[in-house]
Ligand binder design. Sequence first.
Ligand code: FUC
Length: 767
Amino acid sequence: MNIKLLLRALIVCCGFALQSIQAQDDLRLFYDKPASVWTEALPVGNGSLGAMIYGGVAYEHIQFNEETLWAGKPHDYSNKGASAYLAEIRQLLTEGKQLAAQNLAQKEFMSEPLKQVPYQPFGDLYIDFLEHDTYTDYTRVLDLENAISTVSYKVKEVVYTREVLASFPDQIIAVNLSASKSKALNFDIWLDAVHDTKAVKSSGTSQTLEVKVKDGVLKGVATITVQTNGQLQAVNRKLKITNASKATIYLSAATNYKSFNDVSGNPDQIVKEILAKVGTESYKKIKAKHTKDYQSLFHRFQIDFGDNGQSAVVTNKRIYDFWKSENDPQLISLYVQYARYLMIASSRPGSKPPTLQGIWNDKLNPPWFSSYTSNINLEMNYWPVETANLSECHEPLFDFIDDVSKTGKIVAKEHYGAEGWAVHHNIDIWRGAAPVNASHHGIWLSAGGWLSSHIWEHYLFTGDIAFLKEYYPLLRDASLFYSQFLYKDPNTGYLISTPSNSPEIGGLVAGPTMDHQIIRALFKSNIEAAEILKVDVEFSKKLRGMLPKIAPNQIGKHGQLQEWLEDKDNPENHHRHVSHLWAVYPGNGINYEETPDLMEAAKQSLEYRGDNGTGWSLAWKVNFWARFLDGNRAYKLLHGLLSPAEEPLRENKGGSYPNLFDAHPPFQIDGNFGGASGILEMLLQSHLGKITLLPAVPDALANGRVSGIVARGGFELTFRWKNTVLQEVEVLSKNGGTCILEYKNKRIEFETKKGKTYQFDGQLTKK
Ligand code: FUC
């Protein structure tokens, strides 16, 4: 162990000032070879623009995306008049005629057209370094501390360095190249794309790529400009830079997409304006602005489990080593910080939310259209955002909900004859809200409620009343829909959700447990929000009246929490979705304090599902086991999630790629976010009106420190533990109010003042 690592180990084990926030130079992914495939390349992003950097030596490839380039066109996917068939579909389900119900629904109830459209790659920037075939001292790094990806190597005693960053303040991707010897930097650059319809034009110091998507109305414009101390000429289809020692390439890209129902944007003008602005500034200044902006978010939170030396091992090997040894505490903290990095890179105020692949996609036909799947994946992307102190990165989801509440209003009316808004399991850039693909899984009704829970959660974490006031109408209109949609089941007398599906198991059914959990949670939050805002007294009364009539959670014959209204769960079913445990996580309706029997039944259900799964399924199970207060079991699932996805000897294929992207497989970013959330749930939980410290800390993370972790109620905590035992804790109250802290069997309750910090020892005694 080197001196630095020894010091870090001492700091974690023996105590340190709780306040200190220092840069951590081990927060990096690094490699000794260029990437040979996309899942080895390294991502950068500024919320709207994303790029994957391969880091080749003779030949660099930077594949880039802009979040609004999708196939298709503004389009209302609703099926006009579908509601005429609702009663019959329900009746068939009530009579147990599932197949007939599915067939009728497939014919008369699905979206028009049946399929949505895919997110598209934008283009590729290539750099050809003349005569760089033989080289030494190669490193390729993604530095999470600064959000910069670096490549460096030596050719004939000259050191070449390449930095790539995606700047939010300047809305560009910058590629900075330098050589340690004057005039040693000689290269060609050009843009290209995988689209059939494309054009590339060079003019003076810049080059512009125009692309048009195959099936749709969107076109994209990307321009590169170059600042250099060498010579720059446009030669054939390339820009040629010679006799330089430094050069910076700026890339800007935009489309004509303005909103889900407006494509009148002018990408040429947007790109021109952005590049005109950066053209007047130095790379040094642009980099400084980028770092300041990024660190204003990234530095709010730190996490440290110690380091056993593995942080010095190249990341691809490290993932293999972890699979074998299960022991690499710094990899776990790196995973959390990587998720935070990816969040800052793919979800910034004004941007769109991350899709299934964030903003990183290189395929014209990406898996599942690289879209927004709302029966787990989209919401999972936002699970760590509040706790990991990135609250404003949640904003794109609220804009998204605003959009789907508009398209969903049409769907509520046309498909259900109801007011309010309804949305199903998949949503594209045109905010398609109608049921897609196939009736046996496309008709699933909980998305409106689940998405709305993010509005309520954001309020619980921030206490931001102005926000609640602004977004309450969306939450209320989601409730309004369910209040009209719920159906009195002739068989049980309960109010149930029908037709629907327990994602994506068991086909079209009446009354899946998940829907009822979500609707109950929505109604409760609606009632509370209305009380806070002093509005909708009558509506709240109505919801209160409906709550006890909604079908309850039930315990079945195998001791399981029933996934359906009927006791028909198959304990041998190891399906990746575990939807009926929604009330355990991310919901809170099932918990040890109020519903211990249901909690045991839910745990039994999770046991039956087993410990395998796709990336996101493993991540969800980490969160579940943390809520079941079993840190070691949670760690077991986490171990699966951080194991090499492509290792043939592993039985389970869910895991991580060499660039630490989550593998479903294929790549889906949800597991990165869900895994990070699970790690934080092991350390702190705040879903029951109090803050529980170290509820499920695993033995493998016995020593550690976290700072800037956020709890509901507007509390920001810093605490440290040793041999799994709490040592000290500090609470910053951002809004004032009562704070309840709990650790093992100790509980304290105290009043706080806004902006004040409170310190306690490991016994929760005030210092
Ligand atoms: C849901 C999941 C799949 C996949 C897809 C994008 O349909 O069941 O596993 O994650 O979304």
